[in-house]
Every structure is written in structure tokens, then in C-alpha cells.
Design a protein around this ligand. Structure first.
Ligand code: IMP
Ligand code: MG
Length: 192
């Protein structure tokens, strides 16, 4: 198991890249099954920054013509949600009349997705569905049901594969979980 240190916190390997890849294969198959052969050009909406890696991995596997549009939203500070969703950067293209596939790294409280669906409706999207790499079902609002879910995880704080702790950790290709027993680990990366 590998441990990484980001600022004051130590994280340990939770989901290795090989497993992540397999779950993305499966979820991409599901999206393809629903969209392959479509006559419109759906939009993949990458929710920056967390969804960068997931969007890249997912789109490689899609077999229908699609466009990528981004928006930047922010709600987390440290290891918990502020409850407030801030729009840091607006939609990068006109989405009027288009079908949207929201590509999210993780659905936690569901606040971000609810806010996003409001924005999409205001901007005139024809429809939207949710494709999330991760879902924390224990903390997710009960009225929110993402159409495509690659993995469900417990209600713990994670980093890696696009996900961050105060902007660090996004570059790791595996997913790591907070290791509460190792808070006094040395500053640099340690292998065990
Ligand atoms: P929600 O609005 O509570 O559903 O949170 C969604 C956003 O918070 C995600 O898109 C992530 O960017 C961030 N987030 C939620 N849980 C985690 C986590 O465990 N680690 C890192 N970021 C997270
Ligand atoms: Mg996100």
C-alpha cells in the first residue's frame, strides 16, 4: 500500500488505477448503449476541476459524436462541503436545445448537481443526465438518482484521479483515502 502526504494529511491507496479503468469501461458501455446511433450531438459537460481525468477516460471510450463543454463549480473547502456552490467559470459554449451528459467526479451531498441542473435548465438545455465516477450514497440526497455510476464508496474523504484536498492530489492516478491513524507521517511520500 502506498501512502501520500498532502499538506497536513496522510492518505493511503484505496482504489488502484486498474480497477478505476475497469469501472469506466463498464459505465462507458452503458452510456454507449443509450447514445450510440443518436442523430443529435450530445454534450459531455466536464465539471472542472475534479472531472478532468474522468472526462478524458470516459470520452476515449464513447462511440458516438459528442462535444465537450466545461463549467467550473466549487463547493469544498478542506475535507468537507461548505454547502454553498460557487460558479467559478460559466459554461464554455451555448447549450440551448442540446442533450447534456453531466460528467462528475463524485456526487456527495448532491448540492453541486442540483445547482448545475438549475443552471442547465436556465440556459435552455433540452435534457440532462448524470454520469458520475463516484457516488457516496450515504450522504447523497435521496431524491437524486444519477443515471450512470462507475463506483459507490463509503462516506469518506478521498483524493486522486482528479479529486483534491485543497487543490493537491489531483495528479495521482490511483484514488486514496484519508488515513486517520497516520496523521504524524513524515512529510514526503512513503511506501510500505
Ligand atoms: P456535493 O456538492 O456535496 O455533491 O459535492 C460535489 C463536489 O465536491 C464534487 O464534485 C467534488 O469536487 C467535491 N468532493 C466531494 N467529495 C469529495 C471527496 O471525498 N474528495 C474530494 N472532493 C470531493
Ligand atoms: Mg467535482
Amino acid at each position: 500500500m502506498e501512502r501520500i502526504k498532502l499538506f497536513d494529511k496522510t492518505f493511503k491507496t484505496f482504489i488502484p488505477y486498474e480497477k478505476i479503468e475497469k469501472t469506466i469501461d463498464t459505465v462507458a458501455d452503458q452510456v454507449n448503449a443509450d447514445f450510440e446511433g443518436c442523430t443529435d450531438i450530445p454534450i459531455l459537460l466536464c465539471v472542472l476541476n475534479g472531472s478532468i481525468m474522468f472526462t478524458a477516460e470516459l470520452m476515449k471510450r464513447l462511440r458516438f459524436n459528442c462535444e465537450v463543454v466545461s463549467i467550473k463549480l466549487s463547493s469544498y473547502s478542506g475535507t468537507s462541503s461548505t454547502g454553498q456552490v460557487r460558479q467559478v467559470m460559466g459554461l464554455t459554449a451555448d447549450i440551448t436545445g442540446r442533450r447534456i451528459i453531466i460528467v462528475e467526479d463524485i456526487v456527495d451531498s448532491g448540492n453541486t448537481i442540483m445547482e448545475l441542473q438549475k443552471i442547465l435548465a436556465e440556459k435552455g438545455a433540452a435534457s440532462s443526465c448524470i454520469c458520475t465516477m463516484l457516488l457516496k450514497p450515504d450522504s447523497c440526497r435521496k431524491d437524486l438518482h444519477p443515471e450512470y455510476i462507475a463506483m459507490e464508496i463509503p462516506n469518506d474523504f478521498i483524493v486522486g484521479f482528479g479529486l483534491d484536498y485543497n487543490e493537491l492530489g489531483r495528479n495521482f492516478k490511483d484514488i486514496y483515502i484519508l488515513d486517520p491513524e497516520a496523521q504524524d507521517f513524515p512529510e514526503t511520500e512513503t511506501k510500505q
